[in-house]
Ligand binder design. Sequence first.
Ligand code: G1P
Ligand code: ZN
Length: 559
Amino acid sequence: MSHTSQKVATTPFEGQKPGTSGLRKHVPVFQQANYTENFVQCTLSAVDDLKGSTLVVGGDGRYYMKEAVAVIIRMAAANGVKKLIIGQNGVFSTPALSCVIRKRKANGGIILTASHNPGGPKGDFGIKYNTANGGPAPEGVTNKIFELTKTLTEYRICPDINMDIGQIGNKDFTVDGNAFTVEIVDSVEDYLGLMKEIFDFDSLKKLFSGSLKVVINAMHGVMGPYAKRIFLQELGAPDGTCINCEPKDDFGGHHPDPNLTYAKDLVDLLKKGEHGFGAAFDGDGDRNMILGLNGFFVTPSDSVAVIAANAKCIPYFATGKVKGLSRSMPTSGALDRVAQAEGLEFFEVPTGWKFFGNLMDASRLSICGEESFGTGSDHIREKDGLWAVLSWLSIMATRQLSVEEILKSHWGKYGRNFFTRYDYENVDSEPANKMMANLREMVSESNAANFINKEYSNSGKAYQVGKADDFEYTDPIDGSVSKKQGVRIIFKDGSRIIFRLSGTGSSGATVRMYIDSYEADESQHMKDAQEVLKPLVQIALEISQLRELTGRQEPTVIT
Ligand code: G1P
Ligand code: ZN
């Protein structure tokens, strides 16, 4: 069918600035006339070589996704895109979309998700652009998108293109005399193929035919179909292994965030002592939480360190050398110790997955993670929840140890980093900004003489400030500099207190406070992290004056 594109006059919307991970706003914001169209136009306009390009499109099934897919089809057609590859019914997990961009050598992709933020008519929606390497667009691109949103006067669209995105196959159009194709593909197929290349499915099958009972919780997010296909169909796991695996556009009214607060049901289930392994994913499938028998919790900071230390249990790494390791700045130092012991290159990068991509593309990074339940490797350019789960199961299958035994032996070898994160959600922006400004001033070079060597004590523990700054990162590959990435106070024993504001929230401010402390003494390793870190938490609250400034006495979430 032949179509002609149209130009529609529009005016800019304020605040269309992509955050840590794309543009995230409440659904009604995206539903405003032209709001989605404006942002999609600026995203497309920021793509190099847009004319004749191939883009991958999909999302986590949340409310408003299908409408957004329809808009993208009409606008991609009108902007000279040659081909769109779309997951059936518009569905792709974030890792799967990254995989498809790479496998099919697409020019980039658009992901429709607000990740772990709640969904539904009053929940959040999000649009994120990924580049040809399969990873989140670097700041250069997101800044360009934002600049374009400020001056946009018109967008291009083919309003009469309507198609069924539930039907697998190609649909061809002619738009302004040029060919335009939409290919609807199975959402799981390419990703499953990649997992089969990375892991030994036969050995994993044996694990599932043994006595280990596993439970996988998709939290009604996009991972349902992936989990069912891989665990039930491919690995022969018994029925009942996959729970909350029916995707819902509002995630059943819950926060689809796999942590101790929002996935408490899973923790309680594991505490019954029937399952030796449990895992949960977030709405778009890039985050994961790992639990062992009786609800034994693996911190994400430990999880990535364990995977790195046991990389040989994963066929993908068994043959070639692991190239390098990396973590985001607030993530605990557990991974650093593995890198040191293995003689591997190591990178500390700012929060957000986009910083890992350059290192991977330059073949200097294999395994990386963030404390925020993100773990992954250079098989794609996004964090990958299911990959982390299959990595853990591979380690268990090879070493024939329980989750807890694996952790104990890891701490025995490397020592333990106790870690916690306090989140204060929906704080008023003004006091939150004031608190950060005060902290920045405190750690500024001009104030260093007053602050360095200062001693703080609480509950009989004393800590002396060794180093303090507002974290700044220079990308070793392209030399780009990212400033103001979080205030760090590093004490002389290596313990760290970190403060930053979230870049993914859709309203108000979220203050994140991270505490990391190393313990070499094995007799202390089984202590409760919250107990161990209590003095440092109090010191962090004292230094920041968080309670006084924000009025918040307790955090919303403790991890
Ligand atoms: C949060 C996490 C960060 C992660 C991002 C996207 O960002 O802290 O590690 O990369 O979500 O999943 P924040 O809200 O802290 O900016
Ligand atoms: Zn996510």
